[in-house]
Design a protein around this ligand. Sequence first.
Ligand code: GCO
Length: 255
Amino acid sequence: MSLSLFDLTGRTALITGSSRGLGRAFAEGLAGAGARVILNGQDKDRLDDAATEMRAAGHDVQTLAFDVADETAIVAAFDRLDAEGIEVDILMNNAGIQFRRPMLELDSADWRRVIEINLTSAFIIGREAAKRMAPRGRGKIINIGSLTSELARATVAPYTVAKGGIKMLTKAMAAEWGEKGIQANAIGPGYMITDMNKALLENVDFDAWVKARTPMRRWGLPEELAGTAIYLASDASNYVSGQIIYADGGMISVL
Ligand code: GCO
């Protein structure tokens, strides 16, 4: 009985920003648990390459290219899924950018761009998914937060504010959509080995700081987040909502 709680067979998951990085790792993990996955990104060629690789591994994969910052494109994408009779059971709001600059030098346009892509998109896509989940009486929404959902680091203010917003948006979704059978939770990754963090990984001092500050004394691997995603996407978490689970090597819990 217990392991079947984690089985995603027959479920369809849409993961935004999933042609590479954490999003790709989430897609691999959910597909490995039996889900049909819909990959999303803006670069159609990169999406097609990722889908080809995952299909070669035996996974059921589709692609849906749209810009998460474009509300018209988001609505059109969900209308297309409706037309094809595809029901999204699991939504992972993963897409996001990083923009490192001190606030005294930060243009408001760059601020707005990060907030739009990292936070507002999760609301819009979440709203469109929940509209369709509610009549079915069930759905899973998993937003991707960050250590910066709790703690600020200098030079990444818009990202921090957006990720803090992701934590509270998750609770707002839980508040409004619980009675509709939808659970909304978040994952807070620690410092992970991804393209987005390349500059940090290559910085000797920053690399040393992450290893000293993290109880497990290392950066995380994207695939190490898959288990938490499977849990939050599955029936194993049917009475869990509004939570953020940190997969961070212990960093958020220690001074
Ligand atoms: C940074 C990093 C972090 C990590 C992650 C930590 O510049 O500090 O990009 O934001 O990516 O969000 O949880």
